[in-house]
Design a protein around this ligand. Structure first.
Ligand code: FES
Length: 102
């Protein structure tokens, strides 16, 4: 079992549990966090936006063209903003920290 820690807008930490290949968006929705994930991970919305803790951001694959195009539609973009449907749990990301955007 792998974990991801999502900090909500009140500062509360939520530990999500999943297996390799699960997306952070899926796990956040299953935990009833306010993540819409309207397109179910097909890079057609941006309602799964999260901000990755800078200490973890460099471990992720670079932002692809399609993800970048969707990120460009976000008004509160941060340097480590990512679409959480594109972040899949894997062993070297165990314990990754992300923030729900304000
Ligand atoms: Fe739509 Fe992530 S759920 S882009």
């Amino acid at each position: 079992m792998l974990t991801a820690i999502v900090i909500d807008t009140t500062g509360a930490a939520h530990t999500l549990h999943g297996k390799a290949g699960d997306s952070i968006m899926q796990l956040a929705r299953a935990a009833d966090l306010p993540v819409v994930g309207e397109c179910n991970g097909s890079l057609a919305c941006a309602t799964c936006h999260m901000v990755v803790d800078p200490d973890w951001a460099a471990r992720l694959a670079p932002v692809g063209e399609d993800e970048e195009a969707m990120l460009d539609t976000i008004f509160n973009l941060k340097p480590t903003s990512r679409l959480s449907c594109q972040i899949k749990l894997r062993a070297d990301l165990d314990g990754i920290r992300l923030f729900l955007p304000a």
